[in-house]
Design a protein around this ligand. Structure first.
Ligand SMILES: [Zn+2]
Ligand SMILES: [Zn+2]
Length: 311
């Protein structure tokens, strides 16, 4: 997930048959190539028409629901609308991580309070990744594929150190004690990866309540979603390969109503062309888009739209 590439890089990647293997996405829809300025990127393995799926229902490596009024606004396992309940289904309430936390008596009340007070979203996603690793439902090292900031673990911000201490003290109460607990270095690296690679999961209100046992339209969760709050935060393996452009040729959606992500083309895309999605609202004007990209992802956008001076 970084800056959009130049046409030169697209041509170079397209000319290299070797880079077409291995392919990813739906039926080998894309391959990974090096861009000129943004590290790796996702390139079309064939021609695509408008609206074709490139990635279909990719499940997140880790996800967590957004919070409002001191509680999660969606299912704590899959981020699906849950009518104000902690989980949307029995399966989500019995997920490996959840069972593990219950058995070991792990609770994140202090970390949640800290996040609620400061409007933080990443510490709880990191906490989830930590218990998933400790329980064996996420392989240690499986997040290392994601881009992180260089050297961030050597001098982590004070705030991250405090978050890590809060997480550590929650995990230290586990009985029996955990076989693995996160180091500060792991915490800082993982937080950095989330900053650079996480998606705001935005399940449209129209999908909310589509389930058979929809309870009430007046729950805090639905209210928060209706006000435009994201349902949650998630990181993905292949979706993280898609670079940003302010004039994207593909877009992301959550068609299942949970954190599984789908990427579809917005216009015809030729074989060898890089797929781009937008990390911000592409309808915003140039100055505000660029400011957000700088603040949230730390780069100066060099996409064709920005380079052309178009607003
Ligand atoms: Zn769920
Ligand atoms: Zn741009």
């Amino acid at each position: 997930m970084r800056v959009a590439s130049s046409l030169r890089a697209v041509a170079r990647a397209a000319s290299s048959e070797a880079r077409r293997v291995p392919t990813y996405g739906r039926e080998g829809a894309f391959f990974v190539g090096e861009t000129a300025t943004s590290g790796r990127g996702a390139y079309a393995a064939r021609d695509f028409a408008v609206g074709e799926a490139v990635v279909v229902h990719e499940r997140p490596l880790v996800c967590a629901p957004s919070r409002a009024n001191g509680r999660a606004i969606a299912c704590e396992t899959c981020v699906r609308e849950s009518g104000g309940e902690r989980f949307c289904s029995d399966a989500c309430a019995r997920a490996g991580r959840v069972e593990f936390e219950r058995e070991r008596g792990i609770e994140f009340d202090e970390l949640e309070a800290r996040c609620d007070a400061r409007a933080l979203k990443f510490p709880l996603v990191v906490a989830r990744a930590a218990t998933m690793i400790a329980s064996g439902s996420l392989q240690y090292g499986s997040l290392e594929f994601l881009v992180s900031a260089n050297g961030v673990e050597k001098a982590p911000p004070r705030q991250w150190v405090e978050e890590w201490e809060t997480l550590r003290s929650a995990l230290a109460r586990a009985r029996p004690a955990l076989e693995w607990t996160p180091s500060l270095e792991w915490y800082a690296k993982t937080t950095s990866r989330l900053h650079l690679n996480s998606f705001r999961v935005e399940i449209p209100p129209a999908m909310v309540g589509a389930g058979a046992d929809f309870k009430s339209t007046m729950t805090a969760g639905i209210d928060a979603i209706a006000r435009g709050a994201a349902s949650g935060t998630a990181v993905y393996f292949t979706a993280s390969l898609f670079n940003h452009s302010c004039a994207p040729n593909a877009h992301v959606s959550w068609e299942n109503g949970d954190a599984a992500i789908t990427i579809r083309t917005l216009r015809p895309v030729r074989a060898g062309e890089e797929f781009n999605i937008t990390y911000v609202d592409a309808n915003e004007r140039s100055a505000s888009r660029r400011a957000r990209l700088k603040e949230w992802y730390g780069f100066d956008c060099a996409c064709e739209r920005c380079a052309s001076g178009e607003d």
